[in-house]
Design a protein around this ligand. Structure first.
Ligand code: EPU
Length: 305
C-alpha cells in the first residue's frame, strides 16, 4: 500500500514509546485480536494530536483505542498505528464535570457521586472510557451520553482543536459523527457533562442496585464486548436471539451467552473469526425466522480481508 515506505516506517519507529507487533487482545474486554503493527500509548494530548496529524500527512492508517470494550479486532491484527488514548484528568465546577477521554465511565460515575452530583448513575453500566462513550453515544438503562453532554473538546487533523456541541456530533442510538460521519478519525480530547446537585450516597445506592441487576441479566464477569447487535426498532436483539433458540450456540471458543442473547462470550482462546462466524450465523437465523436484519453494535476493526 502507498503508505509503506522507508521514510514512514522510520517516522513511526521514532515516535516516543512506540512498539511494534504489539499484542492488542489484552487491551480489549473480549480478549481477542491480533497485534498492532505499531502501537503507542499516551495521555499527553499535544503529543497524540501531533502523532495523528503526522499519520494523516503520511497516509498512515491509525486507530484510536480507549478501553477496547466495543471492539472485535481481526486475528491478523491492525495495520499502521494504534494509539491508545489515556488522558484521565477531570475537574468539577459546580454541576459541570470535565473529563479526559481516557477516564473510565465507571470511575467517573463514582467520582461524581463522591461530589454529590446526580444524573450520571447510568455510567456505572458503561464499561468503556469517556472518549469511547462520546464516540458511540454509549448508554445503559435508557440513559445515554446525549442526555448529559454539554460539549466535547476534540482535534480534527488538518483543522486543529475544535469544540463540538451535541448537535455537531449528531449523537444517535449508539453512534455519532465520530463513528460514522464527518468527524471520523478525529480525536475526542475531553467531554463536559452537566449534572444535578443531589445526594451522592443515594447515587451510590442506586448504582449498586443497577450493578446487581446487570450482574443478573448480563454476563459481565466474562470476556465479552457488550451488546453485539443494536436493538432493532421496537424490539430487542437479545429477545430475538433467544426466541430463535440460539443461546448457547458455539463456534470454536466463542459462544452466544446463555444468560443474555445479545452477548457473545469468549470462553478462552476464541478467535475473531469464530466470533465473526457466530455473528453471521445468528444474523442469518434471526433473518430467516423473524425477517429482521440485525446490525452489529460491536465495531470490527483491523485486517479482516
Ligand atoms: N431479553 C430476552 N432474552 C435475552 C435477553 C433479553 O428475552 O437473552 C429481553 C429482556 O427480558 C427484556 C428485553 O429483551 O425484555 C431487553 O433486554 P435488556 O433489558 O437486557 O436490555 P437490552 O436491550 O438487551 C440494552 C443495551 C445494553 C444495556 C441494557 C441495560 C443495546 C444494544 N443494549 O440491552 O447496552 O446495558 O439495555 O440498559 O442497546 C451495550 O450497549 O453494550 C450494552 C450492554
Amino acid at each position: 500500500m502507498s503508505w509503506r515506505k522507508r521514510s514512514n516506517s522510520d517516522w513511526l519507529r521514532a515516535l516516543p514509546g512506540v512498539t511494534e507487533d504489539e499484542p492488542l487482545a489484552t487491551r480489549t474486554s473480549f480478549g481477542i485480536g491480533g497485534p498492532a503493527e505499531f502501537f503507542v500509548e499516551s495521555g499527553r494530548v499535544e503529543a497524540i494530536e501531533r502523532t495523528i496529524a503526522g499519520c494523516v500527512e503520511r497516509d498512515i492508517p491509525y486507530l484510536l483505542l480507549g478501553a477496547g470494550t466495543n471492539l472485535l479486532i481481526a486475528d491478523a491484527g491492525v495495520e499502521g498505528l494504534v494509539i491508545r488514548v489515556v488522558n484521565r484528568d477531570h475537574s468539577i465546577e459546580g454541576t459541570r464535570v470535565r473529563a479526559g477521554a481516557g477516564l473510565k465511565m465507571m470511575r467517573l460515575a463514582r467520582i461524581v457521586a463522591d461530589a454529590n452530583l446526580r444524573g450520571f448513575e447510568f455510567a456505572i453500566g458503561v464499561p468503556g472510557t469517556v472518549g469511547g462513550a462520546v464516540y458511540q453515544n454509549a448508554g445503559c438503562w435508557g440513559r445515554e451520553m446525549n442526555d448529559v453532554l454539554v460539549d466535547v473538546a476534540g482535534f480534527v487533523p488538518g483543522h486543529g482543536k475544535q469544540t463540538w456541541t451535541k448537535k455537531d456530533l449528531h449523537l444517535a442510538y449508539r453512534t455519532s459523527a465520530l463513528r460514522e460521519g464527518s468527524f471520523m478519525g478525529a480525536l475526542v480530547v475531553e467531554a463536559t457533562v452537566h449534572l444535578q446537585r443531589g445526594d451522592g450516597e443515594e447515587a451510590k445506592r442506586m448504582m449498586a442496585k443497577l450493578t446487581a441487576e446487570r450482574n443478573e441479566t448480563q454476563p459481565i464477569k466474562t470476556k465479552n464486548c457488550g451488546s453485539v447487535f443494536k436493538n432493532p426498532p421496537g424490539d430487542s436483539a437479545g429477545r430475538l436471539v433467544q426466541a430463535a433458540g440460539l443461546k448457547g450456540l458455539r463456534h470454536g471458543a466463542a459462544m452466544v451467552s446463555t444468560l443474555h442473547g445479545n452477548f457473545i462470550v469468549n470462553e478462552g482462546g476464541a478467535k475473531a473469526k469464530d466470533v465473526a462466524a457466530l455473528i453471521e450465523r445468528v444474523r442469518a437465523e434471526v433473518k430467516r425466522r423473524f425477517n429482521v436484519e440485525l446490525e452489529t453494535e460491536v465495531e470490527l476493526v483491523g485486517r479482516w480481508k
